[in-house]
Design a protein. Structure first.
Length: 448
């Protein structure tokens, strides 16, 4: 306890600290590097307003504002104008020091810290996932620390020495890490580029929806394939050696995943022959609705009650599909109506046509047409036929509207809508027919 209360001990510590500062910091090369960093702050401060205004203009760049990550990135960039300028100037000073053979450890320290801080700020803005943000921050600070102490190159050499030879191919820990990082970055770039191109393709109105989807899918597949190939090339994989391996993998995939591959190929065929496209109204089996999207494996069909059915593309190729808007959106509906034999069918046909014509969705050209379909057991069978041009808005609602108008017209004009009736004929015979009525109030007396 005495060593912490002794004033002489404190004085000794202070003297040791001063000696360390004089021996390690108050040196000519160190002070020159510190002064160079301080001087680099002056042009960075002078150029800061100009760069800030330029970076602020990116917030009005509409082609990239559709993505939340870029909106967050553009909102952070103006605040990074000063550190961006400073790190560039420090890197220039370090390059000059390296070329002249001058000491540059302090310059490297400042540049590494600035790089790590800028990368972390940008990653936190672009990456919305906190796990990935912390991972990128840890990697950035780790690389900065290794670079500061001068262990970055030895660490890379040590990781590269941990390798194994597979035939003529050498696999090292450093190569695997580099391939994983390259693949992650390239896949992100490919995914972003595909979304950007998809937005641009959708604005080309001369292309049909199916062609737009086909081009987007093919472009995304090509970009992802290129990203994987570039990632493999970073670790020295001979891409020509993948030809035989790729053929074997393709055969294995074709045999083991027949249904999935069949759905993928069926999706491409549907996009090429344009038999169905987003927005078409189709009926397949018991499912009726309009196509929301065409995927690589399935097609999303949304019904009137809000349910989405994911129908495999193979089913759309191999089974019968009713496409109500393949070449024309016009659709004719048939509504059966029955009237009594005591009513005039000519007058009923006129009323039916007028009732259907009152509906806004029913087309005037060609207008409603009611036909007499036959003489049924209980009624004269009529059929109202009319055309609509918006089947995606449903059939049941327009049929209901037409029937309600028919009901009102028949009520106003005394047209009877019959219901099933049966006539019972009793043939006469020699034996009398006795009819006995029983009352539930007095079950003990059957004569009452």
């Amino acid at each position: 306890m005495e060593q912490f209360t002794n004033p002489d001990q404190y004085l000794l510590w202070i003297d040791q600290a001063i000696d360390w500062v004089q021996a390690n910091i108050l040196l000519g090369p160190i002070l020159i590097q510190i002064a160079a960093c301080l001087l680099a702050m002056l042009p960075a401060l002078l150029l800061r307003p100009t760069l800030t205004s330029l970076l602020a203009r990116l917030q009005n760049w509409k082609p990239l504002l559709h993505y939340a990550g870029f909106r967050r990135l553009f909102s952070v960039l103006p605040d990074l104008a000063f550190p961006l300028l400073l790190v560039v100037l420090v890197w220039v000073l370090e390059a000059i020091a390296v070329q002249t053979g001058y000491r540059h450890n302090i310059l490297r320290l400042v540049a590494s810290l600035l790089n790590a801080w800028i990368v972390i700020r940008l990653a936190a803005a672009v990456v919305n996932d906190p796990v990935w943000s912390r991972t990128i921050a840890a990697v950035a600070w780790g690389l900065a620390a290794l670079n500061i102490v001068g262990w970055l190159d030895p660490t890379i050499a040590a990781l590269d020495s941990l390798a194994m030879q597979v035939g003529s191919f050498r696999v090292s820990v450093y190569g695997v890490i580099k391939a994983i990082l390259s693949l992650a970055v390239l896949l992100w770039v490919a995914s972003f580029s595909s979304r950007l191109f998809e937005q641009r393709i959708k604005k080309v109105h001369r292309l049909t929806p199916s062609v737009q989807v086909l081009m987007s899918k093919l472009l995304k597949l090509v970009l992802l394939s290129v990203a994987v190939l570039f990632a493999l090339s970073t670790i020295g994989v001979d891409l020509t050696a993948l030809a035989v391996f790729g053929g074997a993998v393709g055969v294995g995939i074709g045999l083991g995943l027949q249904r999935i591959v069949a759905n993928l190929i069926s999706g491409v065929i549907l996009l090429l022959d344009r038999s169905i496209k987003p927005g078409d109204v189709i009926a397949i089996g018991e499912t009726f609705g309009w196509i929301q999207s065409l995927g690589a494996r399935y097609t999303a069909v949304r019904t009137r009650d809000g349910t989405e059915f994911l129908i495999p593309n193979e089913d759309l190729i191999t089974t019968q599909v009713e496409n109500w808007s393949h070449t024309d959106v016009k659709l004719r509906l048939k509504v059966p109506v029955g009237i009594s034999y005591n009513c005039d069918p000519h007058f009923a046909i006129i009323l039916c046509n007028e009732a259907a014509g009152k509906c806004a969705r029913v087309q005037d050209t060609p207008g409603p047409n009611t036909l007499l379909r036959g003489f049924g057991d209980n009624s004269v069978d009529l059929e109202i036929r009319f055309w609509i041009t918006d089947p995606q808005n449903g059939r049941g609602n327009i049929i209901s509207e037409v029937l309600l108008n028919v009901w009102d017209a028949f009520k106003d004009n005394d047209i009877e809508i019959p219901f099933p009736q049966r006539d019972l004929h009793l043939r006469s015979s020699d034996a009398p027919i006795r009819v006995q009525m029983e009352s539930t109030d007095h079950p003990e007396n059957p004569d009452t």
